[in-house]
Ligand binder design. Sequence first.
Ligand code: FES
Length: 135
Amino acid sequence: MTSQVDVRISAGRVADIPADRCVAVGDGRAVVVRVGERVVAFRNRCLHQDSPLADGRVLTGRLICPMHFWRYHLPDGEHVGGGGRLPSYPVEVVDGEAFVDLPPPAPSRSLRQIMLAHARDWDRGDRRAPGRGTP
Ligand code: FES
């Protein structure tokens, strides 16, 4: 879980947060999903090819990426089959409303930096999103 907090955003009423899919919050920086009485929040990027997880479905306790269907255990975000975990963010519920503490945005990288990171990961045999490195 990320510890440095940049901004606290409301994810809405806990009762209104769906349990069967994840929804984007914070200008799309995070997704939230209700797991029983809890609300969990993850970075809105899949570990596979960095696509948004927003609107990913939840089936049998797993969040499913809408792009190529990589699956993540809930509530911890561990990739099914191992190899990584979705970055998660703290959620606090106050009077029935969920608040997510988002970290500062990652610094932007040039296309060259992204492609070099992807090439390095590929050479290591890591086929997940570019520049993620080993978990
Ligand atoms: S980008 Fe999520 S499974 Fe491919």
